[in-house]
Design a protein around this ligand. Structure first.
Ligand code: S3P
Length: 426
């Protein structure tokens, strides 16, 4: 489906967005693992989190939507039941990678599949450490889906140093660690998002070598109430829209302000963005608050390597802000972008070239400068929700608007994107 977007005049009003995708996945998983009834408020309504729900229903969890909250009746320690068909993780990297850490400890065989995009994404990064823990996992020759997990006699703790900054890999190892005698530890040089640690109240420490997180049986989840803050990665699209539109002021309520996720606010503020936080508080260990954004003139800045894991999902929309900022926009040290829902370096460069910008592509990033030359662009989403929404935001700012092909993939994280735009753009 080609979606057309016309230039908007200004952004004003207040938005309440659905729950953070990463915290929602983990809430569904931890509630399903805990024996008894948990409640989840403000769960993400995106397709990715539905994929996690479906997998855990197949594994025996009971999930019901009670309108104000989701209720999950979980199974308990190593009590999941053998699924009667392959588990389908859909488009979701978080589902396949985290669930594998849980499944290596169960007493049955399971197979996990995914859509075309997920079937191309790298799984060696979890297969390697989970095999070192005694897990029995097989995949294709290229270490891609489908993945089959067979029961193991024993899952053993490991001390694992992450070769790439990845919260999904870290979480897969820590979740496996909840099932073994002894303590599993994961060390990361550049800290990735820490929802698993916060939500399971894991011990962590900062050392000269990096951040270490520990997990053991003691940390296995109990039933509880989860309150999911709104998704800062979803908010980022509306933040950039408000910054780049004239005479605009937007409030986004109850957004996750977890410090491993707010890199996008830090970078935009350094670029000159007028962004303030209000009503900051902590619920269920996770920080949240309102974000107020006003139209701003921006300058491109040097983006430090340490912040890359913290902004990894926001780089497509950050690059849209970069088009309208003074100076050259440059991202380096972000090779991880090539293994996302699509190769996001290639996807962003492809679309920026359509605009007529001078684009340079690197193995681990890209740079661009110059003036927009094409005033009736048709952008390609490459089936990636964040590429689709980033170029939708750009289209809303361009004089003649723009179109995004294969826009329906936006529903992976935010099925209500168009309605939310209507609320704040008139
Ligand atoms: C996620 C971690 C990140 C991120 C993804 C969600 C998570 O991936 O890109 O959208 O929920 O743990 P990596 O861990 O692979 O960097």
């Amino acid at each position: 489906m080609i979606q057309e977007f016309n230039k908007i005049e200004k952004v004003e009003g207040t938005l309440k967005l659905p729950g953070d995708k990463s915290i929602s996945h983990r809430s569904v998983m931890f509630a399903s693992m805990a024996r008894g009834t948990s409640r989840i408020y403000n769960l993400s309504n995106g397709e990715d989190v539905k994929s996690s729900q479906k997998c855990f229903i197949q594994l025996g969890a009971e999930v019901s939507n009670k309108n104000k909250f989701f209720e999950i009746k979980g199974k308990g320690f190593k009590e999941f039941i053998k699924p009667n068909a392959p588990l389908d993780a859909g488009n979701s990297g978080t589902t396949i990678r985290l669930i594998s850490g849980i499944l290596i400890a169960q007493n049955f065989e399971s197979t996990i599949t995914g859509d075309e995009s997920l079937s191309k994404r790298p799984m060696k990064r979890i297969i390697f450490p989970l095999t070192a823990m005694g897990g029995k996992i097989s995949a294709t020759e290229k270490f891609t889906l489908p993945v089959t997990i067979s029961p193991s006699e024993r899952i053993i703790p490991i001390n694992y140093e992450l070769p790439v900054a990845s919260a999904q890999v870290k979480s897969a190892v820590l979740l496996a660690g909840l099932h073994c005698e002894g303590i599993t530890s994961v060390i990361e040089k550049l800290p990735s998002r820490d929802h698993t640690e916060k939500m399971l109240e894991l011990k962590t420490e900062i050392t000269a070598d990096g951040k270490i997180s520990y997990a053991s049986k003691e940390n296995y989840p109990e039933p509880k109430e989860y309150f999911v803050p709104s998704d800062i990665s979803t908010a980022a699209f509306f933040i950039v829209l408000a910054l780049l539109s004239k005479n605009s002021e937007l409030r986004i309520k109850d957004v996750s302000l977890n410090e491993t996720r707010t890199g996008i606010l830090t970078v935009l503020k350094r670029m000159g963005a007028k962004i303030e936080n209000e009503n900051e508080r902590i619920i269920s260990g996770e920080a949240l608050g309102d974000i107020i954004v006003r139209s701003s003139a921006l300058n491109n800045i040097e983006i430090p390597v340490e912040i890359i894991p913290n902004i990894i999902d926001e780089i497509p929309i950050l690059s849209i802000a970069g088009i309208f900022a003074e100076g050259e926009f440059k991202i380096k040290n972000a090779a991880e972008l090539r293994g996302k829902e699509t190769d996001r370096i290639n996807a962003v460069c492809h679309n920026l070239k359509i605009l007529g910008l001078e684009v340079e592509e690197y193995e681990d990033g890209f740079a661009f400068s110059g003036k927009i030359k094409n005033y009736s662009p048709v952008f390609e989403s490459f089936g990636d929700h964040r590429i689709a929404m980033a170029f939708a935001i750009l289209s809303l700012i361009l004089q003649g608007g723009g179109k995004v092909d294969n826009f329906e993939c936006a529903g992976i994280s935010n099925p209500d994107f168009i309605n939310q735009l209507k609320q704040i753009c008139g």
